[in-house]
Design a protein around this ligand. Structure first.
Ligand SMILES: [Zn+2]
Length: 423
């Protein structure tokens, strides 16, 4: 009895410690609204600069044509709503209380490692902790020695390995790049990539499309492009987006890795403020996570496709983000995007739109597809996966597999096109 009580007491202490070390979002709301004038836009931007409100823009205020989505901490919900109302801005409450959604993802990850034993028994419909994902990467390569190799391309700022999976059946082939997880909180992206990597191994030799593709091209997948941010979003702050590097002279840490590429670095649509969510970093490629991708792609020298997976918005994006000037093969990129989303929608009816980053989400400097496009990679795409905001970054685990299945159809279209234009 005493033993049992002591056990219980210990259990409660652990739960308390865990509860206190993680950031919580009880009563936090996510609001969606549009502004209809430049004055209103300026008002909302000024709101964003009030650090004490601790606002978190899920969709940044960039223009009057695009929706704005904003997470507001519970204690400022009233203030922010009054502010919007007094400025004539109509809003809707997208998420009334964020915490239950955070808890659902957390529970999914908590129970996900039970009985992990090879990639067949892995639960593709759950979110997973980094350790399990790393074990899975190792298992996938070990189970498919003729097809898959695991390559380490660098280390994160906290010393974690940056792994790439190479799917290959020959030597010196033109290549396709797919990365996910560069933003910590966008958890559905690596979950989808894991499903896709497994799908490639099961479908090679069966699906004629993927078989002929892999007889001409290699596929490289970096499933955990920002492992530090992913871990931090699990242990401490489920809303964490950036890397975990620490710069001098600021109490804030982390850089937005998708603003850290050398593509109009530090320009519009990125921030020079170290505490900002879109902080571009002290200089281009300052983040080891970004540097590893850059070096790998440059050294390889023959990538034809660059795909990066993000969430959320249901958009398929292509260059540019840093300029309104269309890229040279804009028409081709747009036509292919339209075919890709048609294939995606055919499965479950999920609606996507496509366009260049500037057209669809607004200016963004230092992003990876602008950089890769300027390296000569003519098929550069960014997916903003499910959903359109009902759950936002907190997509429930039961949507992982359907999201992966539909996304795979779109990715296949892009890869097939690249393969078809090969001499
Ligand atoms: Zn992202």
């Amino acid at each position: 009895m005493v033993e049992k009580m002591r056990g219980l007491w210990l259990f409660h202490s652990i739960v308390l410690v865990v509860a206190h070390s993680r950031v919580t979002f009880v009563g936090d709301q996510v609001l969606r609204f549009r502004v209809i004038s430049q004055e209103q836009l300026a008002m909302v931007k000024s709101l964003a600069e009030l650090d004490n409100l601790k606002l978190d823009f899920w969709k940044e205020p960039v223009s009057i044509s695009l929706p704005i989505e904003l997470r507001v901490p519970r204690k400022h919900v009233h203030t922010v709503k009054s502010f919007l109302e007094s400025n004539g801005i109509t809003y809707s409450v997208m998420i009334k209380n964020l915490q239950p959604l955070v808890d659902e993802q957390h529970m999914s990850m908590l129970g996900s490692d039970l009985g992990q034993n090879g990639t067949d028994s892995f639960n593709y419909g759950d979110y997973h902790k980094l350790k399990e994902i790393f074990t899975w990467l190792k298992d996938l390569a070990a189970e498919n020695p003729q097809l898959v190799r695991r390559i380490k391309i660098g280390r994160s700022s906290q010393g974690r390995a940056l792994h790439v999976l190479k799917f290959s059946t020959g030597r010196n082939r033109p290549a396709i790049w797919i990365d996910s997880g560069i933003h910590g909180r966008e958890r559905v992206a690596p979950a989808v990539a894991i499903w896709i990597a497994k799908k490639i191994t099961t479908d090679y030799g069966i699906d004629p499309s993927i078989t002929s593709l892999l007889n001409k091209m290699d596929i490289f997948m970096e499933i955990m492009a920002n492992p530090d941010g992913y871990v931090y979003s699990w242990t401490t702050n489920p809303m964490w987006r950036k890397t975990m590097s620490k710069g001098p002279g600021t109490h804030c840490f982390g850089v937005d890795a998708n603003r850290n590429f050398d593509a109009n670095f530090g320009g519009n649509g990125s921030s020079k403020a170290p505490c900002a969510e879109s902080y571009c970093g002290p200089h281009a490629h300052s983040e080891p996570e970004v540097k590893a991708i850059v070096n790998f792609i440059k050294n390889h020298g023959n990538f034809m496709v660059f795909i990066t997976l993000h969430s959320y918005f249901q958009r398929l994006l292509y260059p540019y983000g840093h300029t309104h000037m269309p890229p040279e093969n804009f028409e081709e990129l747009a036509t292919l995007a339209s075919e890709a989303i048609e294939a995606l929608t055919s499965l479950y009816g999920t609606q996507y739109t496509h366009g260049s980053i500037v057209q669809v989400i607004g200016e963004s400097s230092g992003n990876s597809i602008d950089w890769s496009y300027d390296q000569g990679i003519k098929y550069a795409y960014a997916f903003e996966l499910r959903d359109e905001g009902q759950y936002g970054f907190k997509l429930p685990p039961n949507q992982i597999v359907p999201t992966a299945e539909e996304t795979w159809l779109a990715i296949k279209k892009i890869m097939e096109h690249a393969s078809n234009v090969l001499p």
